[in-house]
Every structure is written in structure tokens, then in C-alpha cells.
Design a protein. Structure first.
Length: 330
């Protein structure tokens, strides 16, 4: 039997277990960008890294770490799922620029500059005023470029995103969001941002989180693939991929941690509301990682040729990591 199409999911945060790793392999996934932290500080991040080291040890027949782009091919050849780690906030480095290099050496490939709120580096998409990239942020961008840590602006506001793209000498990504033209969520991105991501040779990973989709949990696979086609017309076939934002088997307490961290006394509902405070109902065509073949078939039915489907499903992610996640030679 021929090897299945190279498939990479550019964002998941599940309640990790052997069952979920088996589902990834059953769905043909070769690599997954797994969220390491949301609001954790440096010490807490080290514990999360330790937990992943233990998972790699306990489930070595199913998963392996991706510390550099070439590890994805090695994982594929070994029949394992490669896991590359990312932070959805800059909290792991606290106020210490030296932590950028430390975290990169420990395996953190990707870091968002913000998670919804203002951070020490930039402004999140939920703030009323976008202050742009801070003084500290400018230095961190340079350091991330130097050590090969990918800059992710998924939860950042527009001015901050555009400034990060302008300041960065390497491609910038939005690992998990959708175009604003498809659904006007605060987390989705304007055509101006999408064009800038393409211009910097970056990548947009399409989210399948129902709050980011037109018609929410009732969004059809056909509508999703049409969104991809329209975005390809805007950004080009080489600058799009998947970042489903699958959060399998997570309790509501984890959703509350994402939205509230330690910063709020009042319950913040993020993209939900008091009347819709829990996890959204899953999409019928992407209930878990075993459903990734549905996406391949949907893209084919929309009219993408095999080379284009391969780029969207995974090859663009590999190419992006090769451009942005290799350290600069000394």
C-alpha cells in the first residue's frame, strides 16, 4: 500500500492520551503542532516540557519530538506522528529575553506574541486599543529570528500583526484562524493581514474551531473548502495550511483557563457567551483526528489538483518550518 498523503495539523490542544495519539496515526497525520502552554510562566513551562518528555518515552512507538524541520520526515519514515511544540502566549519567557534561546533549545518551535490580551510584547485581538509592538517586543522578534523560533500572531490585533511582519526578517505565521470575510470573529483576519502574511512568505493555518466558522458547528465541509479556495486566490497556494484548533477530550475547566488564566476575577467567555459558555459542538466531518481524510476528499471535490492538495495538507507547513525554524548560522 502506498504511503498516505503527507498531513500536518498546525494546531491542536487535546487532553493527550495514547488513544488520541492512535487516532492521529489512524487519520494519517505525520505531524501536529501541539500547544504547550497558554498562560504558564517559565517554571510552569518547564514542567509542561517535562510532561511531553514523559509522553515521548511512554508512547515512543506512536509519537516522537520534532525539534527541527527534518524530524518530520524522520517521523514519517518511522511511521510515527511528529510533535512540534508551540506556546500560545509569551508568558514562558516572562520578562527575560535570554529565555527565548533557552526555550528554543528545549524544543519550543513556535511562540505567539499575545493571547487575546495586551502582553509585554504586543497587543491581543480582544483589546479595544492596539498599541502595536513594544520595545521589548522588537528585541524578542529579533531574537526569535536568530534562534529559529517561529512568530505566531493568531491571537494578536491587526496593527501588532502588521508591525510584527514588518519587523521580522523571517516569515510570520497565523497558525490557527480564518479570513474575516468568511466569518467576522475577533480572532479572524482581514484581507490586509492575509496579504501581508503571504508577502512575508508566511502561512495561514485554517481553523476548524466552530466559533471561527460561518454557521458554527453546522458549517459544511463544502463551505469550508470554498473558504480555502477563496483564500488561495488571495494569498497563493504556497501560503496556506491547516491549523484545526482541535481540543479533544478537554474539560470545561481547561477552556476557562484559556479564556481567564489568572488575570480575571470575572468570568470571561472569549468567543462564547454566558448562554454558550462551554465547548462548541464538534463538526460532523472533523470529530477527531481520524477524520482528516475527509478534508483531503473535500479539497479534491472542490477542484484542487493533487499537488495543491498536498501543499494544503502538509507540504506548506514543512516548507514554512524550513524557512523560519532553523537557527541562523553563527
Amino acid at each position: 500500500m502506498s504511503k498516505q498523503m503527507l498531513t500536518i495539523d498546525g494546531l491542536q490542544y487535546s487532553n493527550w492520551s495514547r488513544e488520541i495519539f492512535q487516532q492521529m496515526r489512524e487519520g494519517g497525520l505525520d505531524a501536529v503542532h501541539a500547544t504547550l502552554v497558554y498562560h504558564e510562566n517559565t517554571r510552569e513551562t518547564l514542567s509542561r516540557l517535562g510532561e511531553w518528555n514523559r509522553r515521548f518515552e511512554q508512547h515512543h512507538d506512536l509519537i516522537m519530538p520534532v525539534r527541527e524541520p527534518g524530524d518530520i520526515a524522520r517521523a514519517r519514515a518511522a511511521g510515527k506522528v511528529g510533535i512540534f511544540l508551540g506556546a500560545q502566549n509569551c508568558s514562558p519567557i516572562e520578562d527575560d529575553i535570554d529565555m527565548v534561546a533557552v526555550m528554543r533549545r528545549l524544543g519550543l518551535l513556535i511562540m505567539q506574541l499575545t493571547y487575546n490580551n495586551q502582553s509585554l510584547l504586543a497587543c491581543g485581538c480582544y483589546e479595544s486599543e492596539d498599541s502595536g509592538i513594544t520595545r521589548f517586543g522588537r528585541q524578542v522578534i529579533r531574537e526569535m529570528n536568530r534562534v529559529g523560533m517561529v512568530i505566531d500572531m493568531s491571537h494578536s490585533a491587526e496593527r501588532s500583526t502588521l508591525e510584527a511582519i514588518e519587523l521580522s526578517e523571517r516569515p510570520v505565521i497565523i497558525s490557527h484562524a480564518n479570513p474575516e470575510f468568511f466569518h467576522p470573529a475577533k480572532r479572524n483576519k482581514s484581507n490586509r493581514v492575509l496579504a501581508a502574511i503571504a508577502e512575508c512568505d508566511g502561512l495561514l493555518g485554517f481553523s476548524a474551531y466552530p466559533f471561527h466558522l460561518k454557521d458554527g458547528p453546522d458549517c459544511t465541509l463544502e463551505a469550508y473548502c470554498e473558504m480555502i479556495a477563496r483564500t488561495v486566490d488571495l494569498m497563493g497556494i504556497d501560503h496556506v495550511g491547516l491549523g484545526t484548533d482541535l481540543c479533544q477530550a478537554q474539560p470545561v475547566a481547561v477552556l476557562e483557563w484559556m479564556r481567564n488564566g489568572r488575570w480575571s476575577k470575572e468570568m470571561d467567555y472569549g468567543e462564547g457567551s454566558a448562554s454558550n459558555a462551554g465547548w462548541p459542538r464538534p463538526l460532523p466531518w472533523l470529530r477527531d483526528s481520524r477524520d482528516f481524510p475527509n478534508l483531503i476528499n473535500g479539497l479534491r471535490q472542490r477542484g484542487f489538483d493533487e499537488g495543491e492538495v498536498e501543499r494544503i495538507m502538509g507540504r506548506n507547513w514543512v516548507a514554512l518550518l524550513e524557512r523560519a525554524a532553523t537557527p541562523v548560522a553563527a
